[in-house]
Design a protein around this ligand. Structure first.
Ligand code: GDP
Ligand code: MN
Length: 394
């Protein structure tokens, strides 16, 4: 689970990591209030879980509360790389002298933690890694030893931090390590860590990934999850206990088994389409789950066709077909787009026969995955989709 910047900064503050004063605002009015409380020039920052907000116009300076309100009006509702902004962070603006990068993360290959620092902060670290890998200092941390002052020195001196920034940066690195351990994070990242004109060092941006398997130890952090379900389909899927991830295409996908669903996404792409979602209904795939899954997918207005891809193992094809038919029955008019069903494996033949008897003209069957994907893409009416793949089957 990734935290939003404002949540990550609240967590940082609890552990004594220096961050600018500020607060989240859910409306332009609230942004104005926060700016008035802070009583200084502020930055209004779009809260979305994607980098490059600055470049996208999602970070703006505001000299007074009225301007903060206007900037929040512009930013809330903005679409940044497919993420709609619902809230902004309003915080005191900093006068930046230097921008650095620091992070500590789980290093699975190294069987420990990895701390990194660079004096080329403020830009995407992947770009730095690609162009000038030597500009990133990496220090492996043995969890049994912990982050020691000599590690910290290697980082701040190795990365060539300004003399005025070293003490503050060292303090922040030590506190970030406390955050990593204390909140069971898999990653804490600050980009940029800044040195301000008046000599302060603080975390201007904050990224935190929590270890989902440890959330039970942190009920306070688990509670933050509630504020995440802003997407109506993801909210609906969560309520129905479905394993659903929304994507930005137009072909809805249902399959049984995560591996099968993943390869379904691939064949849809191969057929010239783009998946609208990932949805794994798991082993059972009862009529209940089928209906719930279809309901969630069909409520996404972007969906122009649905591909149901089931491979019967323990799951019997005839039962799945029954599930699909019952779901169609239950959803009635809400089934507004074609449904391409590919059934294979145990009792697939019986299943297909059942589906063939369906009175719904929305149901189309297919024998192979590629055929099903091609049909789903074609029926969705995607540009240049029809007949883009051969009849070789899969
Ligand atoms: P990101 O682009 O999504 O990673 O958002 P960041 O929080 O990292 O901000 C991007 C850039 O905006 C920073 O690298 C800064 O250059 C600039 N920025 C953010 N906050 C401030 C601020 O308080 N003052 C100034 N002068 N620049 C800021
Ligand atoms: Mn950043």
């Amino acid at each position: 689970m990734d935290l939003f910047e404002h949540q990550a900064k609240e967590l940082f503050a609890r552990y004594g990591v220096a961050v600018p004063r500020g607060r989240v605002a859910w409306s332009p009015e609230e942004a104005e209030e926060v700016a008035a409380e802070l009583g200084t020039t502020v930055v209004v920052k779009a809260q979305v879980q994607v980098g490059g907000r600055g470049k996208a116009g999602g970070i703006q300076l505001a000299r007074d509360p009225a301007e903060a309100r206007r900037q929040a009006e512009r930013i809330i509702g903005m679409d940044i790389k497919g993420h709609v902004v619902r809230r902004v962070l309003v915080e005191e603006a900093s006068e930046i002298t230097a921008e650095y990068y620091v992070s500590i993360l789980h290093d699975r290959a190294g069987k420990g933690f990895l701390a990194m620092a660079s004096s080329q902060g403020g830009v995407e670290i992947e770009e730095v890694a690609a162009a000038t890998p030597e500009a990133i200092v990496r220090v492996a941390i043995n969890p049994l030893v912990g982050l020691r002052p000599y590690h910290v020195n290697q980082l701040v001196f190795g990365a060539g931090f300004d003399g005025r920034a070293r003490k503050g940066a060292a303090e922040i690195l030590a506190r970030l390590y406390d955050v990593l351990l204390g909140a069971d994070c898999t990653l804490v990242e600050v980009n940029p860590l800044v040195l301000t004109a008046d000599g302060q060092v603080k975390a201007l941006d904050a990224k935190v990934s929590l270890d989902d398997s440890s959330l039970f130890r942190h009920p306070d952090l688990e509670a933050l999850r509630d504020t995440f379900a802003v997407d109506p389909q993801e909210q609906a899927a969560k309520e129905r206990g479905l394993n659903y991830v929304k994507l930005d295409g137009w072909v809805g996908i249902i399959g049984n088994g995560a591996g099968l669903v993943m390869s379904t996404l691939d064949v849809v792409a191969q057929a010239g389409g783009k998946a609208a979602n990932f949805l794994d209904v798991g082993g059972g795939a009862s009529a209940e789950t089928m209906a719930a899954g279809l309901e969630v997918i069909l409520s996404d207005p972007k969906v122009r066709s649905v591909l149901v891809n089931i491979f019967g193992g323990i799951t019997r094809g005839d039962l799945v077909a029954q599930g699909v038919l019952e779901a169609l029955d239950r959803l009635g008019d809400r089934v507004r787009v074609p449904l391409v069903v590919r059934l294979d494996g145990t009792n697939a033949l019986q299943g297909r026969e059942l589906l063939a008897k369906s009175p719904s003209e929305k149901v189309v069957t297919a024998a192979t995955m590629l055929e099903a994907a091609a049909k789903a893409v074609e029926l969705a009416g995607a540009p240049g989709a029809a007949g883009t793949i051969g009849k070789e089957g899969a």
